[in-house]
Design a protein around this ligand. Structure first.
Ligand code: NDP
Length: 329
């Protein structure tokens, strides 16, 4: 099981600075939320991760609860680290998170120091690592003072268990407040990880400008809206798709006629440019340089190739952007 990474991997995509930080992230990162849990085919999982790294994807995004069952995506990735990626550890940006429910009782959810530290320790054990590159608070917790959460995150960095701190799913004002506090504590917030796609453009109005001002990078998750922004659902629901799976996050009833009409119109625009809709969707979220990384999911190596290929396409012209907005508004 000897893996040698492609020698030309750093010629495949531009790396973007995370806000005003020195760390650069690949334009396309790979998330292990779906398709990397316990029931996933190990050969396919390995092929996807190796394909990603061979294309210069240095950033792999995990969380305590990714699976199913929760924890298993980290265990899967830990196995790959051990068996093939260990020589490349210093070339990898590995992220984990805590913030959603992970275990029973008052300390398995939220934003307390107790939960965040216990969860980080568990993640490190599953991954077989002594530090993660980015540790995120996965969502705001109204029951914990922001100060406690910020102190806990800052301490993780001082202890060397995380190199950088990130926030996820924080509304703009709260994210700005937390970032200001983290900066005071000497452990600035590296990135905000937020849902951003042609179907979810809310962050364009407020959050992106605030991030730009504060020098906090943006990691855009679900840039393909879970697969909707692709050719996958043009002719029904394929048996091997997320919508056909048990995932509650994309169910057939969410693929409405209204969405399908927009998907078809976008698909036609993409075809006129000789590219895939999924590539157009990635180009959209990467238009603004404050977006450091578009975090895709994948169920096959080919989907990862297609995403990285999008980075070589001509930029979206102004009139094309207008046509896209007309379709989406
Ligand atoms: P996407 O919107 O990129 O959806 C990924 C899915 O789109 C794939 O599983 C695949 O679906 C389909 N797809 C991908 N490429 C193609 C292609 N070329 N052609 C056709 N279909 C394609 O992202 P995800 O929703 O998976 O989220 C990405 C990552 O973001 C997660 O893994 C996670 O790391 C992070 N995330 C973070 C959250 C947070 O709260 N912080 C929440 C959600 C995600 P199929 O399986 O059907 O083939």
């Amino acid at each position: 099981d000897h893996y040698l990474a492609a020698p030309d991997r750093y010629q495949r995509q531009p790396y973007r600075p995370a806000g005003h930080h020195g760390l650069r992230l690949p334009s396309i990162g790979l998330g292990l939320w779906h398709n990397f849990g316990e029931g996933s085919d190990p050969a396919r999982v390995k092929a996807m991760v190796h394909q990603a790294f061979d294309l210069g994807i240095t950033h792999f995004d995990l969380a305590n609860n990714y699976g199913p069952p929760p924890g298993s995506a980290e265990t899967t990735f830990g196995g790959l680290l051990k068996n093939s990626l260990a020589p490349y550890r210093d070339e990898l940006i590995i992220a984990s998170k805590a913030g959603y429910v992970m275990w029973d009782g008052p300390y398995g959810d939220g934003g307390s120091a107790k939960y965040l530290f216990a969860s980080l320790h568990q993640s490190l054990r599953r991954l077989g690592l002594d530090y993660v590159d980015i540790f995120y608070h996965h969502r705001p917790d109204p029951r914990t003072p922001l100060e406690e959460t910020c102190q806990a995150l800052a301490l993780m960095v001082r202890q060397g268990k995380a190199l950088y701190i990130g926030l996820s799913n924080y509304p703009a004002a709260l994210a700005a407040k937390a970032a200001a506090r983290l900066a005071e504590l000497g452990t600035p917030c590296l990135v905000n990880q937020l849902k951003y796609s042609l179907f979810q453009r809310e962050i364009e109005a407020q959050t992106l400008p605030v991030c730009r001002e504060q020098g906090v990078g943006v990691v855009a998750f679900s840039p393909l809206a879970g697969g909707l922004l692709s050719d996958r659902y043009l002719a029904g629901i394929p048996a091997d798709s997320r919508a056909a799976s048990a995932s509650p996050f994309l169910q057939p009833d969410q693929i409405t006629q209204d969405k399908l009409a927009r998907i078809r119109a976008l698909h036609a625009l993409a075809r006129q440019r000789g590219q895939a809709l999924s590539q157009l969707a990635l180009q959209w979220v990467l238009r603004d340089p404050i977006v450091s990384c578009a975090l895709i999911g994948a169920s096959s190596p080919q989907q990862i190739v297609s995403a990285v290929d999008a980075l070589t396409l001509p930029a979206l012209e102004d009139d094309l952007q207008h046509k896209i907005l007309e379709i989406m508004n």
